[in-house]
Unconditional design. Structure first.
Length: 62
């Protein structure tokens, strides 16, 4: 798996097509490793805290 820090200037449609093409070009092993890395990166997000709007007792549409 390559480490690509390139910035792309493209439309949303072009971006989705590129990302889909990149995902399909990966081997099953590379897809699995990518998934594991994504899971590891998600640990940095603090999802256990309640949303600030809940603390304010604001009306929330879910």
């Amino acid at each position: 798996m390559k480490d690509n820090n390139t910035i792309f200037f493209e439309t949303k449609e072009d971006s989705n097509q590129r990302r889909s093409r990149e995902a399909l070009d990966r081997s099953p092993h590379e897809r699995f490793v990518f998934f594991l890395q994504l899971c590891e990166e998600m640990q940095f997000f603090d999802a256990n805290k309640p949303h600030p709007n809940r603390l304010k007792d604001n009306f929330i549409i879910e």
